[in-house]
Design a protein around this ligand. Structure first.
Ligand SMILES: Cc1cc2nc3c(=O)[nH]c(=O)nc-3n(C[C@H](O)[C@H](O)[C@H](O)COP(=O)(O)O)c2cc1C
Length: 328
């Protein structure tokens, strides 16, 4: 590991480190008006939501690194106390990058970026039509930390009204694949929250998992399972009983698998297809025959089931090894 206190390296170097490690960061596309009524639009990735009752969001129009001057968004917020904060989607990422250009105060980034201003309901600053998620906000407090280049100005805002496109929902939830958000990472890197980047992790709140310490050693010491796999094993409330594993094995032995082929080659084909039930049909017969690959195939099958969130199945698969060795 490398170790740094803020004074060990320059401010830009520390900035670079923070940006690399704290991410991906959501991006607030902030629309404000100057005291004279000039429109302003800028992206800020030092941003997040911090509560819902009342709904609070915070972003930081920091002091400019080069001369410690204050940004237009900061000055506008101090003068008018209102903003609209919108989420940034992949389809508009180049436009918001353009909007981050340091144009003079009198130039509207709406015009420069080609993004479309539309009226808000409560506040005076405009909303951005292209964003499917827009929050009308009032500034509650501006908290400043330092007066040097890169010093934070935390704009703490209350959300007064949300506007959200109806076509980004699935079953009442904003669907990450439909909203297609982007996040900011280090340097010029962004990430797109879509496709394979999106996955689900079941909330452990409703149940109390047995925990890592309760995992049998033969699972913990396996070279097949990753730390994530082990944590998923540890998330169940109880380990399946010996009887349920025996029933599981009997059931698989009885069941006809249409087109099933018993061979190492076929197993790897089922693995490529993530067909863990066909993998198990192979593994179980390999265990029965004391095949040298039996343990490995059983572990690979359990891993595949875990990755498809079929944790109960994965447990029964992995306990098959223990069950057979108990019998022998
Ligand atoms: C994706 C992205 C994220 C940014 N995040 C921040 C940030 O969190 N804080 C900040 O001060 N500047 C940030 N910037 C730079 C500002 O957008 C830029 O300084 C902008 O010109 C400020 O505009 P203003 O002076 O009109 O407020 C970011 C730029 C981009 C492209």
């Amino acid at each position: 590991m490398l170790h740094y206190k803020p004074n060990d390296i320059s401010v830009p170097e520390f900035h670079k480190l923070l940006l690399g490690g704290v991410g991906p960061r959501p991006i607030a596309l902030v629309s404000t008006l100057s005291a004279e009524g000039k429109k302003n639009l800028s992206p800020f990735s030092f941003f997040n939501a911090f509560g819902v009752n009342p709904p609070i969001i915070v972003f930081s129009p920091a002091r400019r690194g080069k001369d410690a001057s204050l940004k237009d968004t900061y000055n506008n917020l101090i003068a008018t106390k209102e903003c609209v904060v919108q989420s940034v989607t992949f389809s508009m990422v180049e436009q918001i990058s353009l909007a981050s250009t340091e144009y003079p105060n009198e130039v509207s980034e709406f015009k420069k970026s080609g993004l479309t201003p539309i009226d808000s309901d409560i506040v005076k600053p405009k909303r951005v039509k292209e964003s499917p998620f827009q929050m009308e906000c009032k500034l509650i407090e501006m908290k400043s930390y330092g007066e040097s280049g890169g010093s934070a100005n935390m704009a703490i805002c209350e959300v007064l009204k949300i506007h959200v496109a109806e076509d980004i929902f699935t079953n009442g939830l904003i669907d990450p694949k439909k909203i297609d958000l982007v996040g900011r990472m280090s340097g010029n890197f962004y990430c797109r929250a879509n496709g394979e980047a999106i996955f689900e992790v079941e909330k452990p709140i409703a149940k109390k998992g047995i925990g890592y310490d309760q995992l049998p050693d033969f699972i913990k010491h396996s070279h097949v399972f990753t730390a994530n796999n082990l944590a998923k094993f540890a998330s169940v409330e109880s380990i399946p009983s010996e009887k349920s594993v025996r029933d599981f094995i009997t059931e698989i032995a009885k069941e006809k698998f249409e087109g099933f082929e018993l061979s190492e080659e076929a197993f790897y084909r089922y693995q490529r297809l993530s067909d863990y039930k066909f993998m198990m049909k192979t593994a179980i017969q390999f265990v029965d025959k004391n095949h040298p690959k039996a343990k490995n195939f059983t572990e690979l099958t359990a891993k595949c089931a875990l990755e498809y969130n079929d944790t109960d199945y994965a447990w029964k698969v992995i306990l098959t090894i223990a069950n057979f060795s108990n019998q022998s």
